[in-house]
Structure formats: structure tokens, C-alpha cells
Design a protein around this ligand. Structure first.
Ligand code: PEP
Ligand code: MG
Length: 588
């Protein structure tokens, strides 16, 4: 996960919230030490039970306040992140468990509560189910809050630095995350967590770059050391060289110029240096991300990850709620298409309203279209909301994730057609596409092509499933090479097959935000990219600097052994000659 390079040290985690920053590393401890063992006399039992109840109710009140502040600052979806904590504080498992230890074991309230929390924590860790393990941060938040009341400490005693820094946490609980000020907490590095954990969702909503899942490697991030971190790639350079710092500052200076230009005047079409037109669309997690996408002049939405409406939720959003969410995005882009991906749940993304069984290999398990086709009510509801939001103008396109077979496409097509007819929309006006994320689909794209209108290349999952590298395992992050020769050949095959079948072709995976990756994709022929709004200034500038013609020459004939093994080096050499490596941030 790390390698030395001169004085600098490189640490690799999981990319969780894009953006690059330079800053001092500051460790933040938020834990409350275990309260000392204290027993009570039988006569004190009622008082201790009352103390626990008061602390619990005060905690509920405080979390409700935080929920409300979060709703005002970030929106209802982010506010709902606090619901599991409110439920835990009313859960008999916690409440009765604690009072039993007070009554039967004569423990003081703080001790009884902490004991019960420790047991629940062990149960969560034993569950080994990502959906449950993600609840750990909630449980620890609840522990922290109730104990601070019982021990008479300030409501939020954790000291957050008051000067600009990259904050380092073993774990980051939701209530601490929403207290962060993005002008001070300029970056987050978190030992625990996944890209879909609540802390990562909140970091993205607040626009704070974040790298997560470092585990024990977090110890390498020395307190007070300078670091450059890139939340888009998961790379952290600790103690960068003077040259690396200068390069970072220069890249940031130029990007802030591009951002200023974008806000001063409407951005024109994006073209390569040799005048080839390229479409840049936005990847959205939440409907309100559409505002950021409009600010950077995105040509619509290439990937709306609708599952973020349901991850961690206890109640299925109604058709009306979904319709409003989807319509608001469609209305934000009157002149461009919006591509809605149907719920990509399972893998590492779990709604709480579904009983998703623990699986040995969740990424190979009950995920995405498999779940949706097994739960027709859930799926039809979503499709109905989507079709209604798109209307007859085909403004909303439906994208199916994690497809492995033609049968899944046919079954979805049938549901889309039935639902469209049911709401009086012409089925032919609802474009249907698939994510190309599995080798099975690459192999059978010729069979599937006549039943769909477009494809979107998901380089993140296609790399995971082709290279057999779990994308949620930071230990393997260095093996997750989306520019592996096998990947290059797959990208070329998908492009050829989809073009010869007359399909529209886009890329929505993260490779499109890596300069070398984007150059290769341009060289193969891809022209339509969907990326996070925060990456627009950089990618817009990058596209304007490279020549599609020259890249096509470098990326031709990937079927030949000699070509495919050289293409990455050739493209890097071309970029070195065109754009000095110092100007490409952490891209090497
Ligand atoms: C992908 O797999 O490349 C993709 C864009 O989907 P996600 O990252 O949401 O799985
Ligand atoms: Mg994917």
C-alpha cells in the first residue's frame, strides 16, 4: 500500500470523495475513554436508571438538532443518516440491556451502558456483513454522546483543529462529520470505512476530498507532516518534495483560473486540441448535486447513482418521492439528457428496508439488476417514477447496472415497456442502456445490442471483475489497474462492437478522470464521458491540450501483443511531451 520515493512516502487508500489538497496532517481523537468500574448500592438503582434515561433522552434531543442542522445545510437525504442512531437509542436491545445491568449487576449507569455497547459492538463485528459493519460508526456515535452526558462532559468535547489541515481519523462518525468546516477540514483521511459509508457520503456532499479504508496504514500519517492527498485516486504523498509541492500549487493555480472563467461566462463546447468534439457530463450521487453540475456547464447527467436515495434508509422512497427527485434533475438540464441508473444495491451498498443476507462474496452476489428483477414491486416503482419524470421526450434515459446476461436486459425492457404503456408514455421514447461492467457482457454485446440504445463503460467494476481485485480492499488497491493490458483490449472491443451496432457509447467509470486513462480512452475513440462535477475544470483543460488524432495513432491495434504492452508507456511519453508531468498532479 505504500512505497518510498526520496523523502516522500506514498500511501494508498480507497478513493471516497474527489479533489486534491495540500495540507498539514492533524490527527483527531474523538473517543471517550471507558468509564471506570463503579458499583452501586441497591437503593441507588432508581437514580441510576433515571440518570441513564435522562442521558439517553438528552442524546436523542441533540441528535435531532444535528439532524435538523444537517437537513438545512445539506438536505433531507443526508439528514436521514442520523435516523439509525435515533432508532438505536430507542432500541430495547440497548435500553433494556443497560437497565438490566444496572438492576441485576449493580453497575453505575455509565458502566452498565458501556458494557452493553461493548457487547453490541462485538455482535456487529462478528456479523462480517458490510451492511451491519457500517452501523459500527453509528453505535460509536451513540456511545460517545450518551457517555459524555453521563460523565458530565461538554456535548461535543472533541477538539477540531481551528486551522486549515487534512484531518486524520481512525473512524469518523456522522455527528462529527457534519461538524466539519470545509474551509478548515480541507481533506479527510479515515482508517475505517468504505466509499459508501456515511462519512464518505457526507464528505462528498460537503465537497471535502476524502481517502478511506487505510486500516493500519493510517499510522504512517505522521502528525504535523505535510501531505498532498487526492480523494479521486486514493493517493496520499506524505512529506512531498519541494518539486511535488510546487507542481501541486501550480496545478491548483491554473485550475482555479479555469474555475473562475467557468463562473464568469458560459462554457463553450469542449474540444480536443485538434478540434474533436467531446461531451462532458456529470456523475451525480444526489439530486441536489445537479446544481454543482450546472455550475461547471455539464452537458447533462451521464450517471445518476439512484441507489444513494436508498442506502442506509429504513423506508423505501415512494414513487412520488422518487418522481420528484428524478424530475428535479431532468428540469435542471432542459437541453441535455439525464441518465438514471436503476438501484445498484448489494455489493457494498445496502438499504436497511431490505433483508439482504450476509454473503461470502457480496460483489459476486445479490447485487443491482439481480435484486431489482427479484423484487418487481421495488423495480416497477422506480421505473414508473423514472418514465414519468422523462416524459415522452426521452429526456431521461434508463441505465441498468451489473448486467451479465441478455435475459436481464429482456426482462428489464419488458418492465419498461409495460410501465411506459401504463402511464401513457410511448415505450420507444424511453432510451434503455446497460453498464458494461462484466466480462460476460463484453463477450455478448453483439447479442444484446439490438435490445438497447446505449452503453456506458463502468471501468471501476469492469476492472474489479476482470482482474479479480475486490475494489473495497485497500490492500489490493495497487493491483486495481484499470490500464492493465486486459482492460485496454476490453475497452477497444467494447468500442468497436458498440459502434458497429450503432449504439451510443459513453464512459462513466473513474478512469475518465485519470489523465493517462482519459488519453487512452480518447485514443480508442470514446468521446462521451461522465465525471464528478468537481473534476470538470481539470478534465476540460486536459481535453483541450491533447490531440485525439495523435492519441488514436498511439492506441491503434491493441490486439497486437507488442502494441498492448507498450501503449500505456507511449501515452505517458506523449503526455510528458505535451503536458509537463509536473502539471498532471498525482497522475503518475
Ligand atoms: C463503475 O463501476 O465503473 C461505475 C461507474 O459504477 P460504480 O462506481 O457506481 O459501481
Ligand atoms: Mg459499477
Amino acid at each position: 500500500m505504500q512505497s518510498g520515493s526520496g523523502g516522500a512516502e506514498r500511501v494508498l487508500g480507497l478513493a471516497a470523495s474527489p479533489g486534491r489538497v495540500l495540507g498539514e496532517l492533524r490527527r483527531v481523537e474523538w473517543n471517550v475513554a471507558a468509564p471506570r468500574h463503579r458499583t452501586i448500592a441497591e437503593t441507588e438503582i432508581p437514580v441510576e436508571v433515571l440518570r441513564f434515561d435522562e442521558a439517553r433522552l438528552a442524546s436523542i434531543e441533540r441528535i435531532e438538532e444535528l439532524r435538523e442542522t444537517t437537513r438545512r445545510k445539506l438536505g433531507e437525504i443526508e439528514a436521514k443518516i442520523f435516523d439509525p442512531q435515533l432508532m438505536m437509542l430507542q432500541d430495547p436491545d440497548l435500553v433494556e440491556g443497560t437497565t438490566r445491568y444496572i438492576r441485576e449487576n449493580f453497575l453505575a449507569a455509565e458502566r452498565a451502558f458501556d458494557w452493553r455497547i461493548t457487547e453490541l459492538r462485538t455482535q456487529i463485528l462478528d456479523a462480517a456483513h458490510l451492511m451491519i459493519v457500517d452501523r459500527l460508526a453509528d453505535l460509536m456515535d451513540v456511545r460517545y454522546r450518551v457517555l459524555t452526558h453521563l460523565l458530565g462532559r461538554a456535548a461535543d468535547p472533541t477538539q477540531l483543529p481551528n486551522e486549515r489541515a487534512i484531518l486524520v481519523f481512525d473512524d469518523l462518525t456522522p455527528s462529527l462529520a457534519v461538524r466539519l468546516d470545509p474551509s478548515i477540514a480541507v481533506g479527510l483521511v479515515i482508517g475505517a470505512g468504505s466509499r459508501t459509508a456515511h462519512s464518505a457520503v457526507l464528505a462528498r456532499s460537503m465537497g471535502i476530498p476524502a481517502v478511506v479504508g487505510l486500516g493500519k496504514e493510517i499510522a504512517r500519517l505522521e502528525e504535523g507532516a505535510m501531505a498532498i492527498m487526492d480523494g479521486g485516486s486514493g493517493k496520499i504523498i506524505v512529506r512531498p518534495t519541494t518539486r511535488e509541492v510546487a507542481a501541486h500549487v501550480e496545478v491548483e493555480r491554473r485550475l482555479s483560473e479555469v474555475r473562475d472563467q467557468l463562473s464568469d461566462r458560459p462554457a463553450g463546447p469542449v474540444t480536443t486540441h485538434d478540434g474533436v468534439r467531446v461531451a462532458l457530463r456529470a456523475n451525480l450521487d444526489q439530486p441536489h448535486d445537479a446544481a454543482a453540475a450546472q455550475r461547471v456547464a455539464a452537458e447533462g447527467v451521464g450517471l445518476f447513482r439512484s441507489e444513494f436515495l436508498v442506502i442506509g434508509q429504513r423506508v423505501i422512497p415512494s414513487e412520488k418521492e422518487q418522481y420528484e427527485a428524478y424530475s428535479s434533475v431532468v428540469e435542471s438540464f432542459p437541453d441535455h439528457p439525464v441518465t438514471l441508473r436503476t438501484f445498484d444495491i448489494g455489493g457494498d451498498k445496502f438499504p436497511l428496508f431490505l433483508d439482504m443476507p450476509p454473503e461470502e462474496n457480496p460483489y459476486l452476489g445479490w447485487r443491482a439488476i439481480r435484486v431489482c428483477l427479484d423484487l418487481p414491486d421495488l423495480f416497477r416503482n422506480q421505473i414508473r417514477a423514472a418514465v414519468r419524470a422523462g416524459g415522452d421526450q426521452g429526456r431521461l434515459r434508463i441505465l441498468i447496472p451489473f448486467v451479465t446476461s441478455l435475459d436481464e436486459v429482456l426482462a428489464t425492457r419488458k418492465i419498461v415497456n409495460d410501465v411506459a404503456e401504463g402511464v401513457g408514455v410511448d415505450p420507444a421514447s424511453v432510451p434503455l442502456g446497460i453498464m458494461v461492467e462484466t466480462p460476460a457482457v463484453v463477450e455478448t454485446l453483439d447479442l444484446i445490442a439490438e435490445h438497447i440504445d446505449f452503453v456506458s463503460l463502468g471501468t471501476n467494476d469492469l476492472s474489479q471483475y476482470t482482474l479479480a481485485v475486490d475494489r473495497g480492499n485497500a490492500r489490493l488497491a495497487h493491483l486495481s489497474d484499470a490500464l492493465h493490458p486486459a482492460m485496454l483490449r476490453l475497452y477497444a472491443r467494447v468500442f468497436e462492437q458498440a459502434s458497429s451496432s450503432g449504439l451510443e457509447i459513453a464512459v462513466c467509470g473513474d478512469l475518465a478522470t485519470d489523465p493517462t486513462g482519459l488519453a487512452v480512452l480518447l485514443g480508442i475513440g470514446y468521446r462521451d464521458f461522465s465525471i464528478a462535477p468537481v473534476s470538470f475544470p481539470e478534465i476540460r483543460e486536459f481535453v483541450g491540450t491533447v490531440s485525439a488524432g495523435e492519441l488514436a495513432g498511439l492506441c491503434a491495434n491493441l490486439g497486437e501483443a507488442d502494441r498492448v504492452s507498450r501503449v500505456k508507456d507511449d501515452v505517458i511519453a506523449y503526455l510528458d511531451a505535451t503536458i509537463p508531468p509536473d502539471m498532471r498532479g498525482l497522475s503518475e
